[in-house]
Design a protein around this ligand. Sequence first.
Ligand SMILES: Cc1cc2nc3c(=O)[nH]c(=O)nc-3n(C[C@H](O)[C@H](O)[C@H](O)COP(=O)(O)OP(=O)(O)OC[C@H]3O[C@@H](n4cnc5c(N)ncnc54)[C@H](O)[C@@H]3O)c2cc1C
Length: 382
Amino acid sequence: LAEIDVVVVGGGIAGVSIAYELSADRSVTLLEAESTLAYHTTGRSAATFLETYGGPDIRALTAASRDFYEDPPAVFDRPLLRPLPLVFFARRGRGAAADELYEATAGMVAGVERLDAAQVAEVTPFARADALDGGVFEPGARELDVHAIHQGYVKGLRDRGGAVVRDARVTALRADGDGWLVTTADRTVRAAGAVVNAAGAWADLVAALAGVAPVGLRPLLRTVFLIEPPVGLAPRGLPMFADLDDSFYVKPESGGFLCSPADETPVEPHDARADEVEIARAIEAINETTTLAARSVGHRWAGLRSFVPDRRFVLGEDPAAPGFFWCAGQGGYGIQTAPAAARLGAALVRGERTPADLAARGVDAALVAPRRPGIGIPGEAH
Ligand SMILES: Cc1cc2nc3c(=O)[nH]c(=O)nc-3n(C[C@H](O)[C@H](O)[C@H](O)COP(=O)(O)OP(=O)(O)OC[C@H]3O[C@@H](n4cnc5c(N)ncnc54)[C@H](O)[C@@H]3O)c2cc1C
């Protein structure tokens, strides 16, 4: 058996980005179960880059990814980012939550402003000022070209000699000497020095194949649907408008609006479908706080955002399984954080420390370590 340095399991953004980073100085083969890469969560996102979103370490990884997306390696198409200002609004009575978000992000994210209700309505002409206690404005938020980002990583990986194999579901993983034997559904066996588990919602199942304890990943279903704009409103150039309490968000998209109930329904890993009950609830919430007159729903879809309980990523080697590395738990931020998270994940595979620029932003490998406190299934021993 020819030995590969690293086999990466999963061809979503997590898998292709870490595979690209590792291929700079390792032989890498990426195995994807589906016939199409990015078929699951990565192909179903809202495609936003929001530096005020998520906890402090997510914000740090997002901020640390900005330079890469603004000025990517030559193999990527450009631009990868387009302007998309963001208003995180507070419903009436929730002004304190907007104050809190503002205080947590103002020093870190350029241009962040605390707006009152009238100011929110000024930047967001479809907002109902009387329903709001203002909000937080992030003028430098961006829309991501997810397809170009994913393609750029795949092309870069191939250019560096890496292999991408589709229709290659990993069905068995066995420790063998210093490395791993990786079997796919067609019974091909590959010998690898290390395995990176970037299987998205399926990462705990892939770990189980290797006899590795789960990290307690919970796939949460999130629905997206498109609506037409009301007569006389041109969506182009308008901001994204998101409830900081997660009742819904809307984002201008190809002549209409992309909407989400911001639902988080725990499910088993599967090919996700839109939740019609959540769509109906979101339409009501949209019409309470905006003049979008949301009614007829066009195209709709859903994806799985997978989190461990503390909502941090899971990156690094499993202490119980030498050569088995996690790259999971990207939740709702896997694309906006991919450049920095992939560099961190790749450093850990190489046995290096947290890259200095990430450490300077407060990113700490211990906070994303696979067996940190609070990880795993409660009551289950590792
Ligand atoms: C509605 C929605 C909106 C979102 N909006 C944003 C956003 O605006 N910005 C942002 O940054 N993030 C957003 N996210 C989150 C982002 O999409 C995810 O964090 C990211 O796509 C996760 O990537 P992944 O590679 O881990 O997972 P996936 O894309 O699901 O990839 C995992 C892959 O592993 C493969 N796999 C599984 N088991 C095996 C096996 N045994 N063998 C081989 N392959 C296997 C799967 O087929 C799959 O292709 C959103 C998510 C959703 C659902």
